[in-house]
Design a protein around this ligand. Sequence first.
Ligand SMILES: C[S@@+](CC[C@H](N)C(=O)[O-])C[C@H]1O[C@@H](n2cnc3c(N)ncnc32)[C@H](O)[C@@H]1O
Length: 235
Amino acid sequence: MKTQPVAQPFSPRSSQLEAHLVQRYRRWQSWDRFAYKHIKGARLVAILEETGGAARRGVEIGVGPGGVASVVSGSVGRLVGLDLSPDALVTASAHCAGLPVSLVRASGFVLPFATSSLDLVYCSQVLHLFTNATRFALMREVARVLRPDGRFVFDMKNRVAHPLQYLRASSRKRAIVYPTPVEVLTLLEASGFGEVHVFPGLLPRCRWIRMPNVALFRRLAHTRFYVARPAALRR
Ligand SMILES: C[S@@+](CC[C@H](N)C(=O)[O-])C[C@H]1O[C@@H](n2cnc3c(N)ncnc32)[C@H](O)[C@@H]1O
């Protein structure tokens, strides 16, 4: 497993944001709570199974220390984990040692992949870092690299499961971390996705990997997973 250099230059505006994010996640270097990430990875795998099964070629944007990728790699023929933070990639490299995961330093806004070349792009705890405008930019880039039958899977925090954090947050932070499901669906549609299904993530204090996709669980889960497929006539 090799960590490769940044594949493409960043635009000046996104590089500022990216420098900020790399700094913000420096503290994740020694982050050692893999148990939760392994359960989350297993939940993601269950959702993949419910929506079409394993993928041949997949990418995780914002792989971080690799906890989710280490589990999802069992369901993807070739998995590439991308991150901006070299430190996160070093941790991921150790955590995913021996698994079929390649690690690349690159930005989710400028994916180093050809148009229509991937079956799966997923993120865990990444899209809540951005504004709606930057989420839109990332979704457009994901739509570009996905094959017409590919899937984009990502989670968003659920404000119902985080009432104190939500109430304490400034209006700017609320807009970044807790976009409404309608906003997320609108962004997906505008960036070229058609069919979207929403699934509950993990329930608080509960390690259920498989659970019925019912409204009560979607309301209570820490996060909601969105599974989006490119719109048929997007090009
Ligand atoms: C909250 S961590 C999540 C890590 C991992 N997905 C997980 O669930 O354990 C967010 C990660 O996204 C990375 N990141 C932030 N912005 C990014 C971007 N534009 N492109 C690639 N990675 C990014 C950060 O460096 C950080 O490692």
